[in-house]
Design a protein around this ligand. Structure first.
Ligand code: G4P
Length: 293
């Protein structure tokens, strides 16, 4: 079976983002962690705990329209059982967004009450949003802020910064740059981030990635390969590269001499997967509880 080489790079802006988050987290009541519902674990930055410490957290599983709804429900249950409040949304259509502010208010209810008791009226709730590149942060912020996407310029006591956005009359949100971490301990994590488009294709071997995706589909959802004109009997005894070639051939992607344009076929496979053409697919399930089958 082909192996995706361990994807590694050093994103130059990571150190800067880390400093920004560590510095500004003191100003916020809550950290909103945006993840990709298709990979609710692999899209969480393992460095984040170090950066934000014990700050209260709300986990958002975005792109839930592209994920398997049953698995999303299981992930939500899994996180909630661990004491991490979590909601699923689709920032592109806006589905589920109306759960957001009520969830925030619920998590912070005791803090808000204490502030009111102390007569601290007018102090807005402050949040910071973090997430990996391409996870839908801009789409999410636009949905939440709607027409209120005003910059926070006249709040007393807040350092005026272009990253603060008022999302309700008493709720401010600070945006942070989408960031990955420099090393994926588990190559499968890097691979899933590449499948879903969090890692730029320019630094990846697109053919290898498409081969891995075909291999994964062959294992998990062989029937879906019909989209690429692969029948069950085509899958028997064929290596991933041969499958890629066959997809290219069946889709008529040939170059002169009758050879298959495997690069084009690979790009098409990734495109169709990312565009949701294969249906709602999640790439990972939550760990099973001990003692269950
Ligand atoms: P970012 O700020 O985190 O980088 O993400 P951004 O909002 O720019 O979204 C990245 C891509 O993900 C966009 O697609 C966007 O439409 C898509 N996206 C965001 N939220 C959702 C969601 O909930 N569901 C789905 N299916 N897609 C979502 P794009 O291809 O770059 O642009 P376009 O096709 O929307 O023009």
């Amino acid at each position: 079976m082909a192996q995706t080489p361990n994807i590694q790079w050093f994103p130059g802006h990571m150190a800067k983002t880390r400093r920004l988050i560590q510095d500004q987290v003191k100003l916020v009541d809550l950290v909103v962690e945006l993840t990709d519902a298709r990979i609710p674990q692999s899209s969480r930055n393992p460095e984040l705990n170090k950066w934000v410490g014990e700050k209260r957290r709300l986990l958002i599983l975005n792109k839930s329209d592209a994920a398997d709804p049953e698995l999303t429900a299981r992930w939500l249950r899994y996180y909630r059982e661990q004491g991490i409040p979590a909601i699923a949304v689709d920032a592109r259509s806006g589905k589920g967004i109306n759960q957001f502010l009520p969830a925030v208010r619920e998590i912070l209810a005791d803090i808000t009450e204490k502030r009111q008791a102390k007569g601290m009226v007018g102090r807005p709730i402050r949040m910071m949003i973090v997430g990996i590149p391409n996870v839908g942060k801009s789409s999410f912020i636009n949905r939440v802020a709607k027409e209120k996407r005003a910059k926070v310029e006249d709040r007393p006591g807040v350092t005026v910064d272009k990253q603060w956005i008022a999302v309700a009359k008493d709720v401010d949100l600070m945006d942070t740059p989408g960031v990955l971490w420099p090393k994926f301990e588990d190559p499968a994590v890097g691979e899933k981030l590449a499948f879903t488009g969090a890692v730029k294709d320019q630094i990846l071997d697109v053919e290898l990635l498409a081969m891995r995706l075909l291999g994964w589909l062959k294992e998990e959802y062989p029937a879906l390969l019909a989209r690429f004109k692969l029948n069950p009997e085509d899958l028997e005894g064929r290596e991933e590269y041969e499958l890629l070639e066959l997809v290219g051939r069946r889709r008529g992607m040939l170059i002169s001499g009758g050879e298959v344009d495997t690069l084009r076929a690979a790009a098409m496979i990734l495109d169709e997967y990312r565009g949701g053409k294969l249906g709602r697919l999640s790439l990972e399930a939550p760990p099973k509880k001990e003692g269950t089958a």
